[in-house]
Structure formats: structure tokens, C-alpha cells
Design a protein around this ligand. Sequence first.
Ligand code: ZN
Length: 138
Amino acid sequence: MCKVYTKVLRFSSGRRFQVINITPQVEQVVHDSGIKEGLVHIFVPHATAAVITNEYEPRIVSDYIEWIMRNVPPDYGWRHNEIDNNAHAHIASALIGPSRTFPIHNNEIVRGTWQEIMLLELDGPRSLRRVIVEVIGE
Ligand code: ZN
């Protein structure tokens, strides 16, 4: 019998760009769900944030931000900046994506050793960033 368990996690950011490791909180939700086999879907309901999975190491964390700044420079003459100074954040969110999905086996998230789950703040600081964690399976 398939079950769905949903939890909304809340985070705040302190800078314009920030990489927040949310792996422990997501793992806790999976454990609490009691679901042994299935999927976990992690989704941010925000247009200026994103979810990624990869290594959480200080240098590569800086490099993620560096890549975004080089590819979607905040100070470029984006048209959206005429009304709201955050076009770079919308574009990066659109391209990187607001979600990631992982398999679950034996009530554990299946992921590589260097695959942490991270929330990307692209237009902070924000007092409330929600992350919807939906666990589906049995
Ligand atoms: Zn905007």
C-alpha cells in the first residue's frame, strides 16, 4: 500500500548568495516517514532559490556561487532588473531547478558519498525559505 508523507522545512538565509546543507533535516523526514522503499522529492516553492545535490565542501561551495555569478551576472542589464533587482536569481532558479528526487532503500536516502542535498539561496537574505519534502512509497 503506497503511502505519502509530507513535511515542510523552514530555513532562513543571511546573505544574497548562500548554500545551505539541508541533508540532515531531509534524512530526518525520511526516517520519520517510516517509508522503507520509494522516493523522496525535495521541492522549493520559490522563484529565486534552487535545490542541488553534490559535494558540500567550502571551496566547491564557493565555486557553485562563482559559476552562477559568471554565467548569470547580477549586474548585467537584465530587463527584469528594471522592476525588481533579482533577474539573475530567477534565471538561475529556472535553469538549475527547484527540486531533486532520490530513491529510498531500507528507509535511507540512496545517494553517493559526496552527494549532499543543498538549498541554494539566490536572492537573500530571506527570513523564510520553505522546502517541501514529500516521501512516497511503502
Ligand atoms: Zn524578481
